[in-house]
Design a protein around this ligand. Structure first.
Ligand code: GLY
Length: 410
C-alpha cells in the first residue's frame, strides 16, 4: 500500500521508520517531511494554500493517510480527507477539540467526572487578573489554544502569572485557562482507540524544559524514556477506570466519534492520578521511544482503529526500554541558528537518529529548525538505553548543539 504521512518532525520520522517496516507498505510519501524522512519516503511539498493537502491526496491517491501533528487535525484535515473517500488515521476536528481548546477540554473533564485540577477560563485579561489577585500563587496559566507545547506557565508569583496572562492575550489568543498547580510525577499515557476499545502504549515520560533539573523555558520536548514504572496496580486501575474509560464514555455520550491516538498527560499526585491535558495525537518526543517498542505491524493497528476493530487486536510490545535525547540548535527555544552542518553516524537496529529540523543544502545535511535530532537507543532497561543514547550523542558532529544531560533521571 501507499501511505501519505503528514508532518515533518521527529515523531513523523519515527512513524515513517515504523511504517517502512510493515511488509504491507510499498511506498511512503511524506508532506513535507525532513532530510531523515527522505531516506524512507518521497517528499512532497504542500503549499500554504487551503486545500493543498487535499489536492496532494487526490494526486497521490494514498491507501492510508497518517496525520502526525495537532494543527491539521484541529483544522479538520481528517474530515476533509474522509469526505473525499480516503482512509485516515487521526481524529476528526470535533474530536480534536480536546486538544484545540483547553477551555473545552477542562469543561469536558468536569462534566464527565474526570479528576483534574480546579480551573477557571477567561476571555479577557481584566477578570483573569482580578481572579489571580484573589487566588494567589503558585498557579498555572495556559493558553487555551494550540501553542506547540509552549503555552503553559507555572507561575510562582502573581506578578509572573499576570505577565503570562497579558502575554497570551497580547499574542492574539482568545482564552486563558488558570488552574491550580498539581505536584507530583508527570507521565504520558497514550492509547490507541477506536472510541470503544483502547490499547495502552508503554508509559513514557518526557522532559519539557530546556535546562537540566526541569528549569528554564518550556520546549517542544528535550527527551523521553519508556517504559516508566511509576504506576502501581491500584493507580493503574484508577487511571483506566476514572480517566481513560470515563473519557471514552464521555466522548460517546457527547456523540463524538474518536478514532486515533489519545494522549493523557497525567500528574501522579498524593491524592491520586489527575488529568492535566489531552493531546489528540502521538507525543513528540514520546513517539520516538514508544514506537521502537511496538512489536506489531503499525499498519495493522491503524487499520483496526479506523475500522473500529481494536477489540479484536492486542498489539504486542517488546519488554525492552528506549530513551531519546533531543539535540537542539543553539538559542532554542528562543531565536536559534539554522544551516548548521551536521555529521551523523550510520544507525543500527538499537541506535537510531530520528531527524526533526533537518534539510539538505547542496546535498549536505544541515539544521533547519529548533529541535534538530533525536538520538534514540533501545536496550534491556531504561538506564542502559539512556547510556546508549548519550553514547550516540557523543558520536554526532553538531557544532553548538544543546541537549539535556539528565534525560531519564526521574
Ligand atoms: N511531549 C509533549 C507533546 O507531545 O505534546
Amino acid at each position: 500500500m501507499k501511505v501519505l504521512l503528514i508532518g515533518s518532525g521527529g515523531r513523523e520520522h519515527a512513524l515513517a521508520w515504523k511504517l517502512a517496516q510493515s511488509p504491507r507498505v510499498r511506498e511512503i510519501v511524506a508532506a513535507p517531511g525532513n532530510a531523515g524522512i527522505a531516506e524512507l519516503a518521497r517528499l512532497v511539498a504542500p503549499t500554504q494554500e487551503p486545500g493543498s493537502l487535499i489536492d496532494l491526496a487526490r494526486s497521490e491517491a494514498p491507501d492510508l493517510t497518517v496525520i502526525g501533528p495537532e494543527v491539521p487535525l484541529v483544522a479538520g484535515l481528517a474530515d476533509d480527507l474522509e469526505r473525499e473517500g480516503f482512509r485516515v488515521f487521526g481524529p476528526s476536528a470535533q474530536a480534536a477539540r480536546l486538544e484545540g481548546s483547553k477551555a473545552h477540554s477542562k469543561e469536558f473533564m468536569l462534566r464527565h467526572g474526570i479528576p483534574t485540577a480546579q480551573h477557571r477560563s477567561f476571555d479577557s485579561s481584566g477578570p483573569a487578573l482580578e481572579y489571580l489577585h484573589r487566588r494567589g500563587a503558585p498557579v498555572v496559566v495556559k493558553d487555551s489554544g494550540l501553542a506547540a507545547g509552549k503555552g503553559v506557565t507555572v507561575a510562582s508569583s502573581v506578578t509572573e502569572a499576570a505577565a503570562a496572562v497579558e502575554a497570551i492575550f497580547a499574542a492574539g489568543s482568545a482564552t486563558v485557562v488558570i488552574e491550580d498547580l498539581l505536584v507530583g510525577q508527570e507521565i504520558s499515557y497514550l492509547v490507541f482507540t477506536d472510541g470503544h476499545h483502547y490499547r495502552p502504549m508503554p508509559i513514557a515520560q518526557d522532559y519539557k524544559q530546556v535546562e537540566e533539573g526541569d528549569r528554564g523555558a518550556m520546549t517542544g520536548g528535550m527527551g523521553a524514556v519508556a517504559p516508566v514504572t511509576l504506576l502501581d496496580e491500584r493507580t493503574s486501575q484508577v487511571v483506566a477506570r476514572d480517566i481513560v474509560e470515563r473519557t471514552l464514555a464521555g466522548l460517546r455520550s457527547d456523540g463524538v466519534d474518536y478514532r486515533g491516538v489519545l494522549y493523557f498527560g497525567l500528574m501522579l499526585t498524593d491524592e491520586g492520578p489527575k488529568l492535566l491535558e489531552y493531546n489528540v495525537r502521538l507525543g513528540d518526543p514520546e513517539t520516538q521511544v514508544v514506537l521502537p517498542l511496538l512489536g506489531s505491524d503499525l499498519v495493522d493497528v491503524m487499520d483496526a482503529v479506523i475500522d473500529r476493530r481494536l477489540g479484536e487486536l492486542e498489539p504486542s510490545w517488546t519488554d525492552l526500554a528506549a530513551a531519546c535525547v533531543v539535540m537542539a540548535a543553539p538559542g532554542y527555544p528562543g531565536i536559534y541558528r539554522q544551516g548548521i552542518p551536521l555529521r551523523l553516524f550510520a544507525p543500527s537496529e538499537r541506535l537510531m537518529v530520528f531527524h526533526a529540523g533537518t534539510a539538505r543544502d547542496s546535498g549536505n545535511l544541515v539544521s533547519s529548525g529548533g529541535r534538530v535530532l533525536n538520538i534514540v537507543a533501545v536496550a534491556e532497561d531504561v538506564r542502559s538505553a539512556v547510556d546508549a543514547a548519550y553514547a550516540g550523542v557523543r558520536r554526532i558532529d553538531f557544532p553548538g548543539a544543546q541537549f539535556r544531560r539528565d534525560i531519564g533521571s526521574r
